[in-house]
Design a protein around this ligand. Structure first.
Ligand code: HEC
Length: 181
């Protein structure tokens, strides 16, 4: 009995110690999406660009305002044409450290996650990733930038859009901030 009690106390203490640990100084970066200055810049542009939504009015930043704690301070988010979803937007700050994304962990990486909201009917409302890619292609300047960052004959595609956005998100970190102490 004593052992169990001691064990339980030790477990609680170890959890407490773990919870107050500061964040690592380096974010995990997948091998197939190395961070580069230009890719981060491109991702930042896409993150703030409402033209990535069907109506041209909703960007990632609409719901994950990086100047307001990385979220929208609402119980449920408001997306395209004022439509509301069933969940509140979690902050994007430090999401690069999570092993899974979304409240239910259904996206394994930031790259996979970023593809979701673009076609979500109550978020950015694009009918398909193909349409989203066409939209980006039609905007002056993006094609040149994608070519520079990713190379290849067809650089503007949904995987590269997601890779760029995820790279920008990996810069939204607060390692060793006083908040973590
Ligand atoms: C209309 C509002 C809205 C827009 C636009 C939106 N999101 Fe979200 N986002 C949410 C909501 C709500 C969730 C939680 C959904 C869930 O868990 O099922 C979420 C979850 C996330 C998460 C998971 C964070 C965590 O803690 O698990 C990330 C990362 C994220 N969004 C990034 C993005 C990016 C990148 C874009 C743009 C491509 C974007 N979001 C566009 C509302 C939005």
């Amino acid at each position: 009995m004593k052992k169990i009690v001691l064990g339980a106390i030790f477990f609680c203490l170890s959890q407490a110690v773990f919870a107050t640990e500061v964040l690592p100084t380096q974010v995990p970066v997948p091998k197939d999406n190395p961070l580069t200055e230009e890719k981060i810049e491109l991702g930042k542009q896409l993150y703030f660009d409402p033209r990535l939504s069907s109506s041209g009015t909703v960007s990632c930043n609409s719901c994950h305002n990086v100047m307001a704690g990385g979220e929208d301070n609402r119980n449920v988010s408001v997306g395209i044409e004022g439509k509301t979803g069933g969940r509140s937007a979690p902050t994007v700050w430090n999401s690069a450290f999570y092993s899974v994304q979304f409240w239910d962990g259904r996206a394994p990486t930031l790259e996979e996650q970023a593809k979701g909201p673009i076609t979500n009917p109550v978020e950015m409302g694009m009918p398909s990733h193909k349409v989203a890619v066409e939209r980006i292609k039609s905007l002056k300047g993006y094609e040149v930038q994608f070519k520079k960052v990713f190379g290849g004959s067809n650089p503007v595609n949904i995987d590269n859009i997601a890779k760029a956005i995820a790279s920008y998100e990996r810069t939204l970190v607060t390692p060793d901030a006083p908040f973590d102490l």
